[in-house]
Design a protein. Structure first.
Length: 375
């Protein structure tokens, strides 16, 4: 964690210095412009440092606005840096290629116009991205499972991952999520890891267990672990999820539900003694449908090899912010969406909540409804 802390701080400072210098270069040389500009960056750095250093100890009423400001500024600075680097790249290429040599990028008016247009694009994208955060999308698929289940022709599975309940995904947001999940009329509900963002006290202080207990389905509500469950006091958080929320915690466990189908909940990779799927499924009757919950979509072939009928994943957030979604599709076999691998239906959700900034730019907050149809 210390390494991550210092890396995040160094990257943040470097980006801020770069953007500050480039903005300073085009500002009129008057204190009326330059003093407020400098103060903006100084105040932002102080806010960022307070949020980074005291994120566990500050009262929620103080910490939440600090985190909202700090994370929003991170997004703003990231996109501003990218657009300024594009400008610098064009300047460099101008020297190499005749066709763009006519662009007089050194003129102050051209620089200012570019910055104004860039600010409009960034602010518009962030505004729409925040709207997307507050308006989750329901993705619904009908999937055929070639098995016969006595007394059951179909199963409506509602799956979410990456809720990240905490200071930013507070009780108000969680209540909205629960409402939308219950609107889908689920037969069974699956929460596939990263339910808690970082630390447990914000959930206890806000009595978030009350919201989790509103999740109801005829065949139950099941939860598995993600990497965030193992950040800071992992066992305490996992125990709380299993005992206080009304949900059934599955940790490398296979459970037969109403003698009709199995749900397998895998531990996250960060678990010290994570079992292989073959070990977990030793006594599973594969004549019945098998649903596997597995947070990170690393080795999709493991579920298909073990003849799972449905495997659901989260973790990726589909990058959360463009262009990270393009990177996810390179890192993972499936960064987001559906794939059939042999006889296994696979779905990787882009997640419902968010880690950090409350923006979805080029991605969606997602509730997944999978209608399993049996013979």
């Amino acid at each position: 964690m210390k390494v991550f802390f210092y890396q995040a701080l160094i990257v943040h400072i470097i980006l801020n210095i770069y953007v500050f210098i480039r903005g300073w270069q085009v500002l009129p040389k008057k204190n009326a412009y330059r003093i407020p500009y400098a103060l903006l960056f100084i105040v932002e750095l102080i806010v960022y440092l307070i949020g980074l250093i005291f994120n566990v100890s500050l009262p929620a009423a103080i910490l939440k606005p600090i985190l909202l400001i700090g994370t929003s500024w991170m997004v703003f600075i990231g996109y501003t840096t990218a657009l300024l680097l594009i400008y610098d790249l064009i300047k460099f290429l101008r020297r190499k290629f005749d066709k763009i040599q006519k662009l007089n990028l050194q003129r102050g008016s051209v620089k200012r116009r570019y910055i104004i247009i860039s600010l409009i694009v960034i602010i518009s994208s962030m505004t729409y991205g925040h709207y997307r955060f507050w308006h989750p999308v329901v993705t619904e698929l009908d999937l055929k499972v070639d098995k016969k289940v006595d007394g059951l022709k179909s199963l409506r599975v509602v799956m979410v991952a990456d809720v990240h309940a905490g200071h930013l995904i507070d009780k108000k947001v969680l209540s909205m999520y629960v409402d939308k999940i219950m609107e889908q009329k689920p037969d069974v509900i699956l929460l596939v890891g990263d339910i808690i963002d970082y630390d447990l006290p914000p959930l206890i202080d806000q009595k978030m267990d009350e919201e989790f207990r509103r999740l109801k389905a005829p065949y139950g509500v099941y939860v598995s672990t993600g990497n965030h469950e193992y950040r800071l006091n992992g066992e305490e958080k996992i125990a709380w999820l299993g005992s206080e929320t009304g949900m059934t915690m599955l940790r490398d466990t296979a459970i037969k539900v109403a003698d009709k189908f199995y749900i397998v909940g895998r531990e996250d990779d960060h678990a010290t003694k994570r079992k292989s799927l073959s070990d977990i499924m030793q006594h599973v009757d594969k004549q019945l449908p098998v649903i596997v919950m597995n947070h990170e979509p690393k080795q999709l072939s493991e579920e298909s090899t073990e003849q799972a009928d449905l495997a659901v994943y989260g973790h990726t957030h589909n990058g959360q912010l463009f262009p990270n979604n393009l990177i996810m599709s390179l890192i993972y076999e499936v960064g987001h969406g559906y794939k059939k691998k042999e006889n296994t239906h696979i779905y990787v959700t882009s997640g419902l909540g968010l880690a950090g900034p409350q923006y979805r730019i080029g991605t969606i907050s997602e509730i997944v409804v999978l209608n399993l149809k049996f013979n």
